[in-house]
Design a protein around this ligand. Structure first.
Ligand code: ATP
Ligand code: MN
Length: 464
């Protein structure tokens, strides 16, 4: 069907030419003089296109005056320089072809502002709002920039399985994948479920990370990245956790924790610079309506170096802080969101990379440091959000890895292939995971992670 996207029309200057657009009515105002102003949007850009339709149109009364908010139409007309302020071009309609009308009595998106909570209940319609439309464009830009960044640096895009038998994080927050009848599963003699009769003949789950598979490929083709859905059955109702989210996981051979930190810093800066360069109107909107410190905060990320400190230093700073935290900081305890934000917002006023966390609460595959109590782990923290990247140098020494697994209670037999990577041509290697939604939150200033993914999955919510 012939039509041009609004974002392209808004850039044209060949006034007098005929153009055709299609979209949804955002507002309509009828003037006494027998004409109507319609603002039409098609989601291609923040700004709508102003259309002027007058009663010379044969269907002015029958159609134009019925174009309520949310109705769709295709409109052809003359591209005209706009005398009004706020827009440069407008269309003088010569043809108005309505498609679906939207009943003003029942269409939920009227002109007034609605809360994000309310919009979540109409998640199928919320992409028509300014905010959620802008989020979709920024999310798209960050995804595209991700591929550009890694492709430009010779990383291979790797597709790792979503169904897995291994718990990469060793934390047991996994969704089970089974074809057994939950009401009457086959059982072994002692009453336990007999997974040998299940689809995969053993317990299977949705993946919490593609890392273990990515390591196998990094130790063959030098550098890879995954970019796909990730699942965590963590019952945490926070504004930064989802049960299904998208993670980007680069993995590099012959790279240590310093190289890993450098890559993470370059990548995060690249993403933010990319949206500053390509999504200016969307970011201006967020800065005006969602978080007025947004643009300054984004500028501070691309302009300076990230702070780099050890976990021990971080705990020291937090212990000396004259703030009362809900969770008192102490060596051996994981950093909480409030600690992460204090470090980035109050102490350093910019992103912070924390390395060398205690072995006790970190994953089994992280490389043990010589001090015997920490591992070469790395978290990137940013203001407003806290952690957006978690990564590490991986343990490449077979004996040390096997010991870490024993201490963490993991079954070596089960990870035989992962240990093989250390038996044959093992090499230092490193990688991290970046949660795409956390970056979308950071780039847009959106408070709640449920509003930066089209259809969020959270505890007790799988509608749409
Ligand atoms: P957090 O402490 O915030 O729960 P984590 O330590 O569990 O994060 P990792 O296992 O290191 O996170 O995962 C890597 C990245 O994936 C995180 O830095 C974050 O950006 C993202 N991430 C992790 N869990 C979630 C989740 N439930 N929802 C959205 N993003 C997540
Ligand atoms: Mn977590």
């Amino acid at each position: 069907m012939h039509r041009e996207l609004v974002k392209h029309v808004l850039e044209r200057e060949d006034f007098g030419e005929t153009v055709t657009v299609a979209g949804w009515v955002r507002t309509r105002r009828d003037s006494k003089g027998g004409f109507s102003f319609i603002e039409l949007t098609d989601g291609s850009t923040m700004t709508g296109l102003q259309i002027i339709a007058d009663n010379e149109l044969s269907n002015y009364e029958s159609d134009v005056l019925n174009l309520t908010i949310g109705s769709s139409a295709r409109i052809t007309g003359t591209l005209t320089e706009s005398p009004g302020k706020g827009q440069r071009v407008e269309i003088r309609a010569t043809e108005v072809e309505p498609f679906g009308l939207a009943d003003p009595e029942t269409y939920p998106l009227q002109k007034k502002r609605m809360s994000f909570e309310h919009l979540r209940e109409i998640a199928h319609l919320r992409p028509r709002t300014n905010t959620i439309g802008a989020v979709a464009r920024v999310r798209n830009a960050l995804s595209y920039a991700t591929h550009r960044f890694y492709q430009d640096r010779d990383f291979l895009y790797l597709h790792t399985p979503l169904i897995t038998a291994s718990d990469a994080e060793g934390v047991g927050e996994m969704f089970r994948v089974t074809t057994l009848d939950p009401a009457a599963p086959p059982r072994v003699e002692n009453g336990a479920v007999d997974y040998s009769q299940d689809f995969f003949a053993q317990p299977a789950f949705l993946t919490v990370s593609g890392q273990l598979s990515a390591e196998a490929y990094a130790l063959a083709v030098d550098r890879v990245y995954t970019f796909g859905p990730t699942f965590r059955a963590e019952n945490s109702n926070t504004r930064r956790h989802l049960a299904e989210f998208w993670m980007v996981e680069p993995e590099m051979a012959f790279a240590d924790i310093g190289d890993n930190s450098d890559l993470a810093e370059d990548y995060v800066k690249y993403l933010i610079r990319y949206v500053l360069d390509h999504n200016g109107a969307d970011l201006e909107f967020f800065n005006q309506w969602v978080d007025e410190g947004l643009l300054d905060s984004l500028a501070s990320v691309v302009d300076g170096d990230f702070e780099r400190i050890t976990y021990a230093e971080a705990v020291g700073i937090l212990e000396r802080a004259d703030t009362s935290f809900e969770f008192p900081p102490a060596w051996g305890e994981d950093l909480q969101s409030e600690h992460e934000r204090y470090l980035t917002e109050k102490v350093f006023m910019k992103p912070v990379i924390v390395i060398d966390f205690p072995f006790d609460f970190k994953a089994f595959y992280m490389r043990r440091n010589d001090d015997g109590k920490t591992v070469a782990a790395m978290d990137v923290l940013v203001p407003r959000i806290g952690e957006i990247v978690g990564g590490s140098q991986r343990e490449e020494r077979l004996d040390v890895l096997a010991e870490s697994m024993r201490i963490k209670g993991l079954d070596e037999q089960h990870y035989w292939w992962y240990l093989d990577l250390r038996r044959f041509g093992s090499a230092p290697h490193s990688g991290f995971g970046l949660g795409l939604e956390r970056v979308v939150q950071f780039a847009t200033g959106m408070q709640n992670i449920r509003d930066v993914i089209p259809f969020p999955r959270t505890p007790r919510n799988v509608e749409f």
